[in-house]
Design a protein around this ligand. Structure first.
Ligand SMILES: Nc1ncnc2c1ncn2[C@@H]1O[C@H](COP(=O)(O)OP(=O)(O)OP(=O)(O)O)[C@@H](O)[C@H]1O
Ligand SMILES: [Mg+2]
Length: 267
């Protein structure tokens, strides 16, 4: 049975969709069969990040409403053959998702894929709830800013309260991705360090991603930055992909050519 990973955050615009796209490619390129699902109904953009927007015919709501079957809606990435994509609806109300229908879909996907990676919308409304109900693991993306960390804390509480696993008395495994780190500012004491963030949120660290303008170029060209192997963000996403598969990889972050070893191993 496949594992459901939901990528979420408290504050919007912190890098969830970018992380979903790159980690989906990372896992697919490690031989795992992966489906990336966009749950940001009405505001999709994972399709752009993956460069698959021109191939969309049906979307996730069409599948749930029986307008097409799953195979008709799944888009297979030509660059990464193990990667499939299920787009969000562009023209529908964001409250359209139905809990039982989402469950049926996820159960079906779990039979086919090793990883089901759900890109959650910003905010804690209906789309967010659907994205976390059936999660086995939740990756919470934050930027090293007080507002982002505070909102993440709230989301962690909601995951603990509302997920299906929580209702069964089990726990969704949560881990933190700290995005847009500027090592130079951290060194000068002008940006929260990963230790600051971790001590507030109290969940294990999964990865550190530096601020990298190559991410913006990558999104504009529809090729996830992880393909551009020499970039600092690609290296960060590669390390996270390894950790998701249980490898112990040192927590390092690259600042203008240097590798800064944060002397911390993911457990
Ligand atoms: N490490 C990074 N360095 C530089 N830019 C980044 C980085 N990560 C993400 N971005 C940029 O930040 C913006 C927001 O990223 P993204 O769309 O992934 O966030 P999101 O959390 O999915 O947003 P939303 O909450 O609206 O769904 C994008 O323009 C993206 O290119
Ligand atoms: Mg997004």
């Amino acid at each position: 049975m496949g594992m459901v990973i939901t990528i979420t955050s408290g504050k919007g615009g912190v890098g969830k969709s970018t992380a979903t796209g790159n980690l989906s490619v990372g896992l697919a390129n490690r031989g795992k069969k992966v489906v990336a699902i966009d749950f940001d109904i009405g505001l999709r953009n994972l399709d752009m990040i993956l460069g698959l927007e021109n191939r969309i015919v049906y979307d996730v709501v069409d599948v749930m409403e029986g307008k097409c079957n799953l195979n008709q809606a799944l888009i297979n990435d030509k660059r990464s053959k193990n990667l499939y994509f299920l787009p969000a609806s562009q023209n529908k109300d964001k409250n359209i998702l139905d809990k039982d229908k989402v469950k049926v879909l996820i159960e079906e996907l779990k039979k086919i894929f090793d990883f089901i990676i759900i890109d959650s919308p910003a905010g804690i409304e209906s789309g967010f709830e659907h994205a976390i109900f059936w999660a086995d693991r939740a990756f919470i993306v934050v930027t090293p800013e007080v507002s982002s960390v505070r909102d993440a804390d709230r989301v962690i509480g909601i995951i603990d309260a509302k997920s299906d696993k929580a209702k069964e008395g089990k726990e969704v495994q949560k881990a933190l991705i700290i995005n847009r780190i500027k090592p130079d500012l951290v060194k000068k004491g002008e940006m929260m360090s990963s230790d600051d963030v971790l001590s507030i949120l109290g969940i294990p660290l999964l990865g550190l991603i530096p601020e990298d303008e190559k991410i913006i170029t990558a999104t504009n060209s529809g090729e996830p930055v992880i393909y551009n192997k020499s970039t600092k963000s690609a290296k960060a996403y590669e390390r996270i992909s390894d950790r998701i598969l249980g490898k112990e990889v040192a927590f390092e972050i690259e600042s203008d050519g240097f590798l800064e070893n944060l002397k911390r191993l993911f457990k």
